[in-house]
Each structure stands twice: as C-alpha cells, then as structure tokens.
Design a protein around this ligand. Structure first.
Ligand SMILES: *Cc1c(COP(=O)(O)O)cnc(C)c1O
Length: 374
C-alpha cells in the first residue's frame, strides 16, 4: 500500500473562508478596514471584553507591548531559551537586554524558580511562553510580577483557546500576545493580536502599529513616537474570521487526537523506550503541538530521517535561542541552561492537526515504536 505524506501540521481552510476572501478582493478595500475591525471586536468579546488590536505578525505584538510598557535600553527582560527566536529578538529590538531562565523538564515552559533567581534591580518584564498551549502557573507568575513590580508580556502565540483554572488565556493577565501564523491553531496566513489592559494602551498600540501617526497636530495628523508598519489587512482578517468560527471545533479535535496518541503509546511506552511523552494536561491545553523527547541513545536527525522514509513529517521546536550565533556573540554559551539544552537537543514534534485521523495517529505511533525499538 502506498501511503501519502503526513505533514506535522496543516491549516484547515474551508470554502466559506475562501469565498469571504474573494468578497474582500472584489470590494476594492484590501488594506485594514471593516474586516479588521470585525475581527478585533470578535476577539475582544472572546477575551472577556478586554481591548484587542491586530497586527501583521505575532512577533511585532510583543515588541509593541514592550514599547507601550516603556521598556528600552538599560532594562532587562527575562524569557525562556526554549522558544522561537522571535520571543527574545523583540527584547533586543527595543534596545533592552534579554536574560534567560532555564525551563522545567516536564512542562518545557520557563521555570519560575529560575525566573525569580534571575531578577535584578534592572529587570522590568517577563516574557513567558506557553509551549504547545500549556500555560505556566499563572498564580505564581503574577505573584512574582507583583512582588518585583514587573510587567508581563505573555507569549501566548500557541495558546489560543487554552485556559488557566477555567479562565481563558487572554481574558486574564497583563499583555497577552497571540500569533495567527499559518502553523498556529487558527491562522490569518500571517498575523497576530495583542490583548491590552485599557483604552490608553490600545491607543498607543494603534500608533506603534502605523508609523506612530496620531490624529492631532496642525494638519490633523501628527507623529510623536517612532512606529512601524504592522497593520493587518482585511484579506488576512477575513481568513481569521472564518478560522475563528471553527476554533472550538479545531481545538476539540486536537485534544481528541492527543488523547489518542497517549492511548496508542500506552502506559509502558516511556519505560520501554526511554522517551518522554508530554504532560497530559487535558484541562488547560489547546494541544497546539504534540512533542516527545527522544532518549539520548537516538540521534534526532536519524529519527527524523527514518520517519521521513515512512512519509511522516516531523518538526522540532525549538533550537535553544541562547546558542544561536547572534546570542553567543552576546556572551551566551553551552551549559548555561542545561535543561533547555537537553530537551531542545532531543525533542521532536509529531504530526497533529485537525484533519488528521485516528489511523494517522496510529501510523505515527507504530513508526515511532519501530524506530525506538532498535
Ligand atoms: C509563532 C510564534 C511566535 C511568532 O509569531 P509570528 O506570528 O510568526 O510572528 C512567537 N513565539 C512563539 C512561541 C511562537 O510559536
């Protein structure tokens, strides 16, 4: 039997969404307009009425949050080395200094003990990442933020639909940043949104989003701060609206498939193979990804190659940020964050997306078991 290639992720775009994009293209209004406003209103309602602004990436939402918080040269921002490099690049982008804290070996999220140990008088903010949609201990995070008077920019890029003690991520907290990049649980092709605390912050977000322009001054237009070009288009927003309608359905399907992964690997998988399954959190997570950590005896590149021979696409999330050349040039090196380094060396992302089937999961599990049996 010839099997088709199974990618590790794939967007689900329906015909209604394609038609809605066609409507925008035919309307003649292709940039930010009514669809963007509708998406922002929809997301604001979803996040408990908090102000929400959309952007053309998740990355810039975090940069803008740092700018709104007044963070810049001389300030330190604590984040995790286990993320997409965007998370710490934005800190450098605003002129501040990234400080890394190691991760928890089980959740793969930033370790809040390490966060507390990394705080100095210059620390101004924390950027935690909710890996695969798994939140950190939010009570403890905000207790630390309060104690040391720090701002929090939640990198919730992967966490739309996740919860903490029954409350939606985004409906609680300080700044909360989401990404709608194509691999995320819902997409706008590229894009993101930022949940803010009040109307003043929302006004600043609008300025930073578009060249710092405000409607005041002598010609009815003025520029008081340096902004960029970060606005979302109505084409992207139309995709987002179509995706948002199906968010709960997509996340329910992801959860089902994740449960099927656990059932198919079985209770003995870790003991038999030495590999590690993810934390089985079926209360809070939106199951953005399904990772396993390979045992040290298996070389990750060999595993990925063998899976590719089985026509199974494997991702890895992430390469540790502090070991990239640009970060090494800032003084970071091997051994500084041993847990992140070990996890990042052996982690692989197995296929998980809403249109996958139970049989696909079983095929991935069988291939994984066969490779790990050697
Ligand atoms: C996707 C992602 C980002 C970046 O989002 P973009 O929309 O691609 O800019 C940042 N952090 C994490 C954890 C992500 O998964």
């Amino acid at each position: 039997m010839t099997q088709t290639f199974l990618p590790f992720t794939k967007p689900t775009i329906d015909e209604d969404t394609i038609a809605a994009v066609g409507d925008v293209l035919r309307s003649g209004w292709l940039t930010s307009g009514p669809r963007v406003q509708e998406l922002e209103a929809t997301l604001s309602a979803y996040f408990g009425g908090r102000p929400v602004r959309t952007f053309n990436s998740g990355t810039c939402t975090m940069e803008i949050a740092l700018r709104i918080a007044g963070i810049g040269p001389g300030d330190e921002v604590i984040t995790t080395p286990n993320s997409w490099v965007a998370t710490s690049n934005v800190i450098i982008e605003v002129g501040a200094t990234p400080v890394f804290a190691d991760i928890d070996p089980k959740s793969h999220n930033i370790d809040l003990d390490c966060v507390e140990a990394a705080i100095t008088p210059r620390t101004k903010a924390i950027i935690p990442v909710f890996m695969s949609g798994l939140p950190v201990d939010m009570d403890r995070l905000y207790a630390i933020a309060k104690k040391y008077q720090l701002r929090v920019v939640e990198d919730a890029a992967q966490a739309i639909g996740s919860t903490w003690r029954g409350q939606r991520i985004g409906a609680i907290g300080d700044f909360v940043s989401f990404s709608f990049q194509v691999n995320k649980n819902i997409t706008t092709s590229e894009g993101g949104c930022l949940v803010l605390n009040n109307a003043e912050e929302a006004r600043l977000a609008e300025k930073y989003r578009l060249q710092g322009v405000s409607r005041s001054g002598h010609d009815g237009i003025d520029v008081e701060v340096l902004g960029g070009k970060y606005n979302m288009t109505d084409i992207a927003a139309a995709i987002g609206l179509g995706q948002f309608k199906r968010l709960d359905e997509f996340n329910a399907k992801r959860k089902q498939l994740a449960q099927h992964y656990f059932a198919s690997f079985g209770d003995q998988f870790e003991a038999k193979t030495g590999a590690e399954l993810p934390l089985a959190d079926f209360d809070n997570m939106n199951w953005h990804m399904f990772h396993i950590v390979l045992p040290e005896r298996i070389k990750r590149s060999d595993f990925m190659e063998r899976m590719l021979q089985e026509k199974i696409g494997i991702g890895f999330h992430y390469a540790p940020i502090h070991l990239f050349s640009m970060y090494r040039a800032r003084g970071f090196k091997e051994g500084m964050f041993p847990v992140a380094e070990r996890v990042c060396r052996q982690i692989v992302t197995l296929p998980l997306f809403p249109t996958m089937t139970a049989a696909d999961v079983e095929r991935v599990v069988a291939a994984t078991n066969a490779i790990l049996a050697h």
